[in-house]
Design a protein around this ligand. Structure first.
Ligand SMILES: [Zn+2]
Length: 370
């Protein structure tokens, strides 16, 4: 069965529109997945996510495994019922957080040992364990455990991490195939740092194993923007064309437009939610900081014409007041707008691709940016 179907292709770029079937509904691509690290997209209810157009969100294996743990979430047969989200969930492997958050992480052939950032308890995360946790979470899209490597890194270290990532991917596949309930999808993660030939090596090795989809990991880790785009431009066309292509952890609205142009189908990033809590709001003309004095008496919404609950009901002056007063509602209203903005941007890109107007869309998008 092919769970991913390409509906339309842009004739002048690699942009494409597709449909990905999951156990919890179809997902129109290109798609942005709001990040729900701890089993919640911070400050939003599932109803608000649905209203913003979200059909898939991200859950975080590392965090949910440590707290509340699989014995709690297992009682609910997984994360969907635990958090009352009926649509699709993609879970990351936990690898990124082990390398970035946990104390004393140590990598071996077997897996990664680490100490919890919460209570210091010791754990071993193996490729099998990561998939087992994600199966327990009831994830619709399971990510393979990969070895993330900091930027910049020496070629030798990148190559070793890539080779280990491939061996771990093979173990994830084996474990998933033995324990799957049949509906979950497994994605491999391409590594290779900022070396194009190593990225190619990683793609070839993963394609050989065979996955439902392919992610490009290790981007947006501190490298210059043009390097990120160059690596994505070189890597994306090499991935199996009939499978979904996911760029992990990126990025700004402009990044999303550029990466869709290069053939990417799926994205996640904390930017719309985290920046909302810091008072940064996205608009078609670029981002604004709501605390700015110029909004003190601004009676207009964040973006006129925006259909989100925040813009339909509140002015910039009110949002600025809430934010400066550190009122809880500020975080909610800001997040509602930003998530809506990101999802709407994806929707508009998809419509443009389907209508054969992606080039025009792109041109307009960039000329509107201040
Ligand atoms: Zn809005």
């Amino acid at each position: 069965m092919n769970e991913f179907e390409i509906i339309a292709r842009d004739s002048e770029s690699r942009a494409r529109a597709g449909l990905l079937q999951t156990a919890h509904g179809d997902i129109e691509t290109p798609v942005f997945m709001p990040v729900g690290t701890l089993g919640t997209v911070k400050s939003l209810t599932p109803e608000e996510l649905l209203e913003a157009g979200a059909r898939i969100i991200l859950g975080n294996t590392y965090h949910l495994y440590l707290r509340p743990g699989c014995e709690v979430i297992g009682q609910f047969s997984g994360l969907h019922r635990f958090m009352n989200w009926k649509r699709a969930i993609l879970t990351d492997s936990g690898g990124f957080q082990v390398f970035s958050l946990a104390k004393l992480s140590k990598t071996s052939e077997d897996g990664v040992t680490f100490q919890s950032h919460i209570d210091g308890s010791a754990h071993l995360l193996t490729p099998e364990k990561s998939v087992e946790i994600q199966l327990c979470l009831g994830s619709d899209i399971i990510m393979c455990l990969d070895q993330c490597i900091p930027y910049p890194a020496e070629r030798g270290a990148v190559r070793e991490a890539l080779a280990l990532t491939t061996r771990w991917a093979g173990r994830c596949k084996e474990f998933r195939d033995r324990h799957t309930r049949g509906k979950d999808l497994l994605f491999g993660i391409v590594q290779g740092g900022m070396f194009n030939d190593l990225r190619s090596e990683s793609v070839a090795e993963l394609a050989e194993i065979g996955f439902h989809g392919y992610a490009v990991g290790g981007l947006s880790v501190g490298e210059p923007k043009d390097v990120m785009l160059e690596i994505a431009a070189a890597t994306l066309p090499q991935l199996p064309g009939e499978k979904p292509k996911y760029i992990m952890g990126v990025g700004t609205p402009a990044d999303l437009v550029n990466l869709v142009d290069l053939g990417a189908d799926m994205f996640d990033c904390v930017m719309p939610t985290r920046n909302a809590r810091n008072g940064q709001l996205f608009t078609g003309c670029g981002a604004i900081n709501i605390s700015n004095a110029c909004f003190k008496q601004d009676i207009e919404p964040v973006e006129s014409g925006c259909r989100c609950y925040t813009c339909r009901n509140y002015s910039k002056a009110y949002l600025r007041h809430l934010f400066l007063a550190k009122e809880l509602l500020a975080y909610r209203l800001n997040t509602i707008h930003n998530v809506h903005f990101y999802l709407d941007l994806m929707k508009r890109m998809r419509a443009a691709i389907c209508a054969g107007e992606f080039e025009t869309f792109k041109k307009n998008f960039f000329s509107d940016q201040i």
